[in-house]
Design a protein around this ligand. Structure first.
Ligand code: SF4
Ligand code: MG
Length: 326
C-alpha cells in the first residue's frame, strides 16, 4: 500500500485570550499531537463529537489554517510549512467539499462560473474547452448543462452538494477532504451522495478523508476509520475491525449509541451511555482526556497520557487497558 498523506504529530492551537500579559494567553488545543496515514485510493473516515478537532484537522491539512506544530506530508512533500507560492501546485491536487454547500458557494455566481473558477485560477482551460469541461462535470455529478446558467439558490441541498463536488473535481485532484458532506442533507439524499462519491473515487482513483460526527455515516464509504476525542486520536482501524471489535471505550460508547436493528446483536453488546459534556479543549483533563467520561477509568488514567499503539495489525488504540495486549 502506498501512502498518499502522512500527518505527523500535528498540532493546531487557536489563541483565545489576547491578553497583554503573557501568562494570560490561553489556547484552544483543537488538534493536539495526532499522527496518521492515508493510503492512495482509500477512504479514511474521521469521526468524533463536535469540537473533537476533526474539521480542524481537515482544514489544517489543506492549509486553510497554519500548522502550529508537526508535519503534513503529501506525496512525499512536507506541505505544512510551505509558503502560499510553494503550495500552489498542491492546492490543485488537494480539494475540499464542505458541509454546507450553500455557504461555500458564491450565491452571486452562476453554476458555470462556480465550477469554472478553479479552472481559471489554475489556468487549466479557457473558451470552448472550459465550457465543455463544465458541462462534462455537471453531467458527471448528475446535473446537466441546462443548469450551468443558474444560481445556487435555485437548487436543492443535494444538488448544491453536487455543484460543490463538481467544483472540487474541476482541477482533477488526487485527494479530497470531505468535511461532513452529507450531515446537512435529508437521509434519503445522503446515500445518493455517498454512492456518487464512491463512483467518482473508483473512476478517478481519488483518495478521501471523510469527516463525520457519527459512525453510522462513515460506515459504508470508509476503508479505515479514525476516532477523535478532544484533539487526540483515540483509535484507528480498518472499518470492519472498528465496528466488530472496537477497543477504545469511547469508540464502544459511540457505537452503542447507534441503534442496531437485530435484538440478538444488541444483547451481545453492552450498551454504554456517554454521560456528561466534552471537557474544555482549553484545559483538557490530565492523563487520558476521556477519563472524565470513561466507565473504566483507573488511577493511571489521571496521571499518564496513553499513547496511540498498534495493538493488532492496522489497529491502533490509545488506552491503558491495552497495556497487557502490547
Ligand atoms: Fe478509559 Fe483509562 Fe482507557 Fe482513557 S486510558 S479510555 S480513561 S481506561
Ligand atoms: Mg472506497
Amino acid at each position: 500500500k502506498e501512502v498518499l498523506l502522512e500527518v505527523k504529530n500535528l498540532k493546531k492551537y487557536f489563541k483565545v485570550d489576547k491578553g497583554i500579559i503573557r501568562r494570560n494567553i490561553k489556547y484552544v488545543k483543537a488538534v493536539d499531537d495526532i499522527s496518521f496515514k492515508i493510503y492512495k485510493g482509500e477512504t479514511l473516515g474521521l469521526v468524533g463529537e463536535s469540537g473533537c478537532g476533526k474539521s480542524t484537522t481537515g482544514r489544517t491539512i489543506i492549509r486553510l489554517y497554519d500548522v502550529t506544530d508537526g508535519e503534513v506530508i503529501f506525496d512525499g512533500a512536507e506541505i505544512g510549512q510551505m509558503s502560499e507560492h510553494e503550495l500552489k501546485p498542491f492546492r490543485k491536487r488537494i480539494q475540499m467539499i464542505f458541509q454546507d454547500p450553500y455557504a461555500s458557494l458564491n450565491t452571486r455566481m452562476t453554476v458555470s462560473d462556480i465550477i469554472g473558477e478553479p479552472l481559471d485560477i489554475h489556468g487549466l482551460a479557457s473558451g470552448q474547452d472550459r465550457q465543455m469541461k463544465i458541462f462534462e462535470l455537471l453531467e458527471r455529478v448528475g446535473l446537466s448543462k441546462m443548469h450551468a446558467s443558474r444560481y445556487p439558490h435555485e437548487f436543492s441541498g443535494g444538488q448544491r452538494q453536487r455543484i460543490g463536488i463538481a467544483r472540487a473535481l474541476a482541477v482533477d485532484p488526487d485527494f479530497i477532504i470531505c468535511d461532513e458532506p452529507i450531515s446537512a442533507l435529508d437521509v434519503s439524499i445522503q446515500a445518493q451522495v455517498v454512492n456518487m462519491l464512491e463512483d467518482l473515487q473508483n473512476e478517478f482513483g481519488l483518495t478521501y478523508l471523510f469527516i463525520a460526527h457519527d459512525l453510522s455515516m462513515v460506515k459504508h464509504i470508509s476503508d479505515r476509520i479514525g476516532v477523535m476525542y478532544l484533539g487526540k486520536m483515540a483509535e484507528i482501524a480498518e472499518s470492519n475491525a472498528l465496528y466488530e471489535k472496537p477497543l477504545h471505550p469511547y469508540t464502544q460508547a459511540l457505537l452503542s449509541a447507534i441503534p442496531i436493528p437485530d435484538p440478538e446483536v444488541t444483547r451481545a453488546k453492552q450498551r454504554i451511555i456517554l454521560e456528561g459534556d466534552v471537557p474544555s479543549p482549553i484545559n483538557p483533563p490530565s492523563g487520558c482526556r476521556f477519563r472524565t467520561r470513561c466507565i473504566y477509568a483507573f488511577d493511571k488514567c489521571k496521571e499518564i497520557e496513553p499513547e496511540l499503539k498498534e495493538v493488532e495489525p492496522e489497529h491502533f488504540v490509545a488506552c491503558h487497558l491495552m497495556d497487557e495486549k502490547v
